[in-house]
Structures are given as C-alpha cells and as structure tokens.
Design a protein around this ligand. Structure first.
Ligand code: 9MR
Length: 373
C-alpha cells in the first residue's frame, strides 16, 4: 500500500521538529544566566574565600552553571595581597586566578588603587615620593604577576566625591589628580593585555558622572590607556534610577570606552538615611523596623525586586552593544555584604539566588526576557 502524506501532515511534522529544537534550545538556556545572555554580555559574580576554595558544593555548582566572569570580592585588595611594605601574600589570589582559568571564565581584578582597605603601613606614609614608590611597587608586582591571565583590572576605585570633585584620599592629598594617570600608566606597563577600568559607585548620578567623564577625558587627552568604566550598581528597590543609568551608558560609551556593571545588587531593606526626620541618636541596630524580613521575604517585596531587575535588564539588552559585562556583587543572598552594611546582622535579599542557592522570582524575571527569542 502506498502511503501518501498530506501537505498539512508535512507541515505538522516540520512544526513538531521546530518546536522540539526550540524547546531543547530554551531548555539548555533556561537554567543558565550565562547561556541565556551569551550573545549580549558577560554575566559575572564576586567570589569570597569560600568560593575560591570550593568549600560549598552547592554554591560551586551554581557559580559554574550560571556565571562566566568572576571578580574577587576582597582578596586582591592591597590590605590582603600586600600586607607589609616588603611582603606580598598571593596565596588566595593565585587560587582565584587558577579557578577562573580552570573554568574558562573572564577574570576581573579588583582593585589596584583604592583609598579603603589599604595596608597599615600606607596610612603612615607622609611624602609624595614614598607613596609613589608604593604605587609603583604594588602595581608592578600585582598586575605583573598575573599579566596575560587577567582580562581586566579595576585600576582605580572610588576616586570621586558625590559632587564629582576628587575624593581627598591619601593618594590625592600627596600626589594630586596625577595619581590617576600614574596608576593607569603603571598598570598598562605591567599588563599590556588587560583591559583597564575606572570603577565607582553612583557615577550614573549626574554630578558624579560629570566628574568621571572629565577625569576620563583628561586621561585620554594625555595618551593614557583606559578601556572602560565600571558602574558599580549598589542600588535600592525603593528608588528608580533607570533614566540616569541610561544617560550614563550613553555618555560613557560616547567616550569610546566600554561600560560594565561591576557590583550589582538591590537592597530591599531601609537605609538609616532614608528615614527622614529620624532621631540621629536612634539605635538602628536594635530597631526591628530596620530588619523587617528577618524570617522570610514577603512575596510583594520579592515581586518588587523582580520588577527592578527586569526593568534594568530590559535597559541592558537595549544597550547591549555598549555593555561588556554585568557582575552581581555576590553569589547568593546569604553571602551579600548587604547583610552587614550599613547595619550589622540584618537579613537582606539583594541578589537573584536565595540562601539555599535556589533561583528567586527576580532570577525568573531576568531569564524571562530571553525566553522565546
Ligand atoms: O563586599 C565587600 C565587603 O565584604 C568588604 O567588607 C567591604 C570593605 O570595604 O568591601 C566590599 O566590597 C566593596 C567593593 O570592594 C568596592 N565597592 C563597594 C563594595 C561594597 O562595599
């Protein structure tokens, strides 16, 4: 007997095959941020010591499944890596870099020159020459050791005040604004292949952004290599700053440099300075109103967080040609610095994964934007 297939049956078979391949595409992408966003930008996370040492199997699995870029949360800061004038401690930094290489991840160095978390001996320096010697030795030794292995360095971190003027750090006080150029030139010499970034918080805000743009323009005019700007992205679900972020992406990108979001998180808890009229002597640490989701995150707040992330990633996708990387400041909620700042011992929920490394509503919202494309 001759079997004839009717045209609509042909169509049905082809449609099923299409659906099948679409399903397997979306299934393979549906569980991984880095796969879902592979054509857009890198998706990173900040690693703590326990992650670098692979102490927690659940977190380790999550990191490898979801992220293709890593930043050391603390262990490459000068206080840790260069604790004494003539002593460096590369133990964890070596392991961090090996972890990134083993897992074929983009490795971002954080950070070479920062006024905070400095070794004690630096605070005692009183002359421009001695501080210059510290900078030369530090950058040459640290960036030089990992030359060819790092993809980028946050060369200078948080050099600006909120009004866009220079922060009066020890570097600025002893060396003037030139220390910025000095740091970038030293980094370019020590590791010619790494992308060099200026990194700061609130630089999406107009006044601080203006200061950052002026600083970057000066570097460029003097022939100094700068490849990108890192907008940290420590935000609150209670403020909507999408317009400022979009303006910042456009204005920084117009300088011919890459834009990365380097330390993304959204606090869901009130900040002491949000409480207008609050008694300055109030003991915030003991006030249960400041830690109101101690036992669980209410659904409505989880939804608000998801909406914030969704709006943000819609903006990121719209500007994906200008954005190199989006890095979350932590692996899961339990690991976030926001549990300890600005008030100690709180229970915050700023990231996409909960304390058990399970995806939250915010994760689904971010993934949802890529389903069906
Ligand atoms: O997350 C980091 C936290 O563990 C440290 O105690 C803190 C010390 O200053 O630094 C945190 O990371 C900061 C980053 O290095 C620079 N931008 C602000 C981040 C949050 O404070």
């Amino acid at each position: 007997m001759k079997i004839t297939l009717r045209p609509n049956l042909y169509f049905g078979i082809i449609f099923c095959l299409f659906l099948n391949s679409f399903n397997s595409f979306s299934q393979s992408n549906s569980k991984s941020l880095k796969k879902a966003y592979q054509d857009d930008f890198l998706i990173g996370t900040a690693l703590g010591t326990q992650h670098i040492l692979e102490k927690n199997a659940q977190a380790d699995k999550l990191i490898k499944e979801q992220f293709n870029a890593i930043t050391p949360e603390n262990i490459m800061k000068s206080e840790v890596i260069h604790p004494e004038l003539h002593r460096y401690n590369f133990d964890l930094a070596d392991k961090f870099v090996a972890y990134g290489q083993k897992n074929q991840m983009y490795i971002a160095g954080h950070t070479l020159i920062w006024h905070s978390q400095l070794p004690r001996f630096v605070y005692k320096i009183q002359s421009a020459d001695s501080l210059k010697m510290f900078m030369e030795d530090h950058i040459k030794t640290v960036a030089g050791r990992y030359a060819g292995k790092m993809n980028s360095w946050d060369v200078v971190n948080e050099a600006l005040n909120e009004d866009g003027t220079m922060r009066p750090s020890i570097f600025y006080k002893l060396l003037g604004e030139d220390y910025i150029k000095m740091a970038f030139d030293l980094a370019a010499k020590a590791d010619p292949n790494a992308e060099l970034y200026y990194n700061d918080y609130n630089i999406e805000q107009p006044a601080k952004r203006k200061g950052a743009i002026a600083m970057i323009k000066k570097l460029q005019a003097s022939g100094t290599k700068i490849d990108g700007v890192g907008i940290q992205g420590h935000w609150s679900i209670n403020s909507n700053n999408i317009k400022e972020i979009e303006d910042a992406i456009n204005e920084f990108s117009a300088l011919g440099i890459k834009v990365a979001f380097t330390e993304l998180d959204y606090t869901v808890l009130p900040n002491p300075w949000d409480l207008k009229g609050a008694d300055v002597n109030q003991n915030f640490e003991a006030d249960p109103k400041m830690n109101q989701y101690k036992d669980a995150l209410p659904d409505s707040v989880g939804t608000k967080l998801a909406n914030r992330y969704s709006d943000l990633f819609i903006l990121f996708l719209k500007n994906k040609d200008k954005i190199s990387r989006v890095t979350f400041w932590g692996v899961n909620d339990g690991h976030s610095w926001l549990n300890g700042w600005p008030i100690k011992n709180r229970t915050n929920y700023p990231l996409l994964f909960d304390r058990d490394c399970q995806p939250k509503k915010a994760y689904n919202a971010v993934m949802q934007l890529k389903s069906g494309q």
